[in-house]
Design a protein around this ligand. Structure first.
Ligand code: AMP
Length: 450
């Protein structure tokens, strides 16, 4: 299929999507990935798999459900994700499970459970799969969506943070996504964050009357969330608040400086942004968001985010182990590919030959012939549900095949077949036993002439 044909198919799909159908719909915020979407998904998977292999990341798949405590402890009990958005269920066996809202805690659980801690470091893993968050569905925000993620476990070096940023930059570039900027900050570590949070809380308390209800509530437990708040009045308070970047301890400062120096060496656009705090509890030091669409704010879209999580492995029962990772939103990336008209290769079924039949006996013979053709590497199409030759030849025309094999009553009796050359309309009869060889030669000649 050409790209134009693909565009037309997409248009057909749009027309189809104002249907008469009034029956059961997919659950709110959960979407079908239709055949017309597949070229984007396939392209994304192919690029990801190639890059992961080049950088030595191995694939891991974890269940879409985990025991509740994996997220309660890992993602954090007082995060919006766990508190408000997680799909939780009690099984018949009375276990409390949760549909994963993100990939990292499950990967860390598997890393610990399967003794990967003793593997040479860093242990580099990638995943791809559906995530579930019971958020208010809106454009670009779904209840079932997909993420791919990269995790570099047992890696303390700033170079590992930068490796992940480089990989994401390369993947997005290969997907044809332009205008990517990494918004970067550091969240410090247990040596410097508590003192900073104390300062921040004092600032927020002093301006408490100017904050929205949510920020007032979050002030004591999660003061950093003020930077995430979309309310203009809270942003005004946040703009003049003390910043983590100005309060890093010596080690965190050195680590962050190394990250920036390495980024300066390579072609990655980044900007420092103290408003990047990430919604999850486990982040330490480097945090970043991958933004597409120019300046943050107007039209900007976050396609991914990540950072360092040096405390998470311990929280989930392992020894203190530094790690860094990223999670990318697949639907968002595909949305950007569509908006930016990225070219995706479309692999459509292109048969070499069409098989037409007349009468029940011929139909039976055709099925066997079809298998023989496939076995000898000839891609064959047929419309075995049609009986009229005219209708079948019309379909053959649509496939744009160079040849059609026709088997009617007479050919069944004579053990032969007709080969019709579609462009000129010439026909020749070939004995059945020679048919495969003859058609293969014809196809080869035809392809050589192309
Ligand atoms: P997070 O795990 O929240 O850091 O999200 C990482 C990326 O996943 C975001 O930048 C989005 O691209 C994508 N994402 C997160 N939540 C959703 C959602 N509800 N629907 C679609 N994509 C999402």
């Amino acid at each position: 299929m050409t790209d134009t044909a693909f565009d037309e198919k997409e248009k057909d799909q749009e027309e189809l999507s104002a249907p008469q159908y009034q029956g059961v719909q997919s659950p709110q915020g959960m979407h079908d990935v239709l055949p017309v979407d597949q070229p984007y998904w396939a392209r994304l998977r192919a690029v990801l798999e190639k890059e992961a292999a080049v950088f030595g990341f191995e694939r891991i798949e974890t269940p879409i459900m985990e025991r509740y405590e994996v997220f309660e402890k890992g993602t954090g009990a007082v995060t919006d994700i766990v508190e408000k958005e997680m799909y939780t269920l009690v099984t018949r066996g009375n276990e409390t499970l949760a549909l994963r809202p993100e990939g990292t805690p499950g990967v860390v659980r598997a890393y610990l459970q399967h003794g990967m801690t003793s593997l040479p470091r860093p242990v580099k893993l990638w995943y791809f799969g559906p995530m579930f968050r019971h958020d208010r569905p809106q454009k670009g925000r779904y209840r079932q969506f997909h993420q791919f993620g990269l995790e570099s476990l047992n890696s303390a070096s700033a170079a590992n943070d930068v490796e992940i940023i480089i990989m994401i930059g390369r993947i997005l570039k290969k997907l044809g996504i332009k205008g990517v900027v990494f918004h970067l900050s550091s969240l410090g570590d247990p040596a410097c964050r508590p003192a900073y949070e104390k300062q921040l809380k004092a600032h927020l308390r002093a301006h408490k009357s100017k904050l929205c209800l949510d920020c007032k509530k979050r002030l004591e437990k999660r003061p950093l969330r003020i930077f995430d708040c979309k309310e203009e009045k809270c942003q005004r308070v946040a703009r003049v608040a003390p910043k983590m970047l100005d309060n890093l301890c010596k080690d965190c400062h050195r680590h962050f400086k190394e990250v920036l120096e390495m980024l300066d060496e390579i072609e990655v656009s980044y900007q420092l942004d103290s408003a990047i705090v990430r919604g999850l509890d486990y982040y330490t030091r480097t945090v970043f968001e991958v933004i597409v669409g120019g300046e943050a704010g107007e039209g900007a879209l976050a396609v991914g985010g990540g950072g360092r999580y040096d405390g998470l492995i311990e929280v989930l029962g392992g020894r203190p182990t530094p790690a860094v990772g990223v999670a990318m939103g697949v639907e968002r990336m595909i949305e950007v590919m569509r908006l930016q008209k990225a070219v995706v290769p479309v692999t459509a079924f292109r048969p070499d030959v069409f098989l037409a039949q007349l009468g029940f006996l011929a139909k039976k013979k055709s099925l066997k012939l079809m298998t023989e053709l496939m076995n000898s590497g000839v891609a064959a199409a047929a419309a075995l549900d049609r009986d009229s030759l005219k209708a079948q030849l019309k379909i053959a025309d649509r496939y744009k095949v160079p040849f059609t094999i026709i088997i009617g009553q007479k050919e069944v009796l004579e053990d032969s077949a007709i080969i019709r050359e579609m462009q000129g309309g010439t026909q020749e009869v070939t004995p059945r036993r020679k048919l495969i060889d003859v058609i293969k030669k014809k196809i080869q000649l035809f392809k050589e002439k192309q």
